[in-house]
Design a protein around this ligand. Structure first.
Ligand SMILES: *Cc1c(COP(=O)(O)O)cnc(C)c1O
Length: 357
């Protein structure tokens, strides 16, 4: 099926002349900068002293050093990378670029990440829900293809999926990519914990593929708010046209640059979390208040319980906070547990063992 980005781009975005910032025009680092109305003396803080952080200056609007370093890890040139203030910014931009408010629609596959629906609602974009299959939370491919029509612009697929934890079969994703003229957005927030690979190499084969990743989970940087979208240069150019000029602040850029040097540390954490996930899954399955432990490719486990609200409250009273998903359709009776440190997981298990139904 022929894909043409111009067929799905909103007219106001097509004709938009983006804001041109002072730092877009002159790219050199040396010079006398009298172009951006900044304070020439400095910033009144010594918090980052010795870090070459000129907080009185606007940050690089295109975050080129950071994209370069991330690109080397991901095997992608900077032109195929967009960085956002969390992946949530990338999700919002997808709606604003491709979905006409009050007219266009997107398909989501619940139970899934809540932000797709919230972002759609904020942008007044219709949502068509095609639920995952009941038994194993896979894509209902037949009904997804039936749900597509002229107004469908985006299909969101979370893989590994939150809150169910499972991966979605590549065959199904491929079928959607090949039969849909809009964008297929694969949210890989949890890919580092999965046994299968990222779909990044498929960007070369599918011009309608957008992949979302984030530094918020495996990378341990939820506090600095950096998410990424990987796609064709044509799509990334649209993202860049719409984003606020300085969407990633200087402090976050600097910290992310430093953090990306520590891939070994992160890989060790991932190994430990995956080990703990597998151990915790086995231990949780032994408890009679838990009737099912869903297989997980992520850093959390979904479990079905005999009384979700009561167990949730009991844990909270013991200062252990998990996520109650029991009022989400297809997740009735379910709780979502993030994998903590070995000690934290032991506390959780001990506390659950003492629960009196
Ligand atoms: C946590 C999460 C994200 C990350 O969002 P950020 O804004 O990058 O912190 C994205 N997608 C899913 C499915 C998530 O669970």
């Amino acid at each position: 099926m022929q894909f043409d980005l111009n067929n799905i781009l909103r007219d106001n975005i097509k004709s938009l002349s983006p804001y041109s910032s002072a730092r877009d025009e002159y790219k050199g680092k040396e010079g006398v900068f009298l172009d951006a109305n900044e304070n020439p003396f400095g910033a009144p803080t010594s918090f980052f002293e010795g870090n070459e952080l000129n907080l009185n200056r606007y940050p690089d609007p295109m975050q080129l050093s950071l994209k370069d370093k991330l690109g080397k890890i991901k095997g992608l040139p900077t032109e195929n990378i967009f960085l956002g203030n969390g992946s949530d910014e990338a999700i919002d931009i997808l709606f604003r670029a491709f979905c006409e408010p009050g007219k266009d629609k997107v398909i989501i596959c619940p139970p899934t990440y809540g932000m797709y629906e919230v972002s759609a609602n904020i942008n007044d974009v219709g949502i068509v829900k095609v639920h995952l299959t009941k038994e194993d939370f896979q894509l209902d491919i037949e009904n997804i293809l039936l749900a597509i029509n002229e107004t469908t612009k985006l299909i969101f697929i979370c893989c590994p999926n939150n809150p169910t934890g499972n991966g979605v079969k590549w065959d199904s994703i491929k079928k959607i990519l090949e039969n849909f003229k809009g964008l297929v957005v694969i949210d890989e927030a949890y890919i580092n914990f999965a046994r299968y690979m990222s779909l990044i190499p498929e960007l070369l084969n599918y011009p309608n593929l957008v992949i979302l990743q984030t530094l918020s989970k495996a990378w341990g940087l939820a506090g600095i708010r950096i998410g990424a979208a990987f796609a064709s240069q044509q799509i990334i150019d649209v993202f860049n046209k719409i984003k606020p000029p300085y969407n990633i602040n200087a402090v976050s850029q600097k910290i992310a640059l430093d953090a990306l040097d520590n891939l070994d540390q992160v890989n060790n954490w991932i190994k430990e979390i995956v080990f703990e996930r597998n151990r915790l899954s086995l231990e949780l399955a032994k408890l009679n208040i838990i009737t099912k432990v869903y297989p997980s490719e992520a850093n959390f486990i979904l479990v079905k319980t005999i009384n979700a609200n009561s167990i949730y409250n009991y844990l909270a009273n013991n200062k252990i906070i998990i996520r109650n998903r029991s009022n989400v359709s297809l997740c009735e009776g379910c709780l979502r547990i993030t994998i903590g440190t070995k000690e934290e997981n032991e506390m959780l298990l001990k506390t659950l063992q003492n629960y009196k139904a």
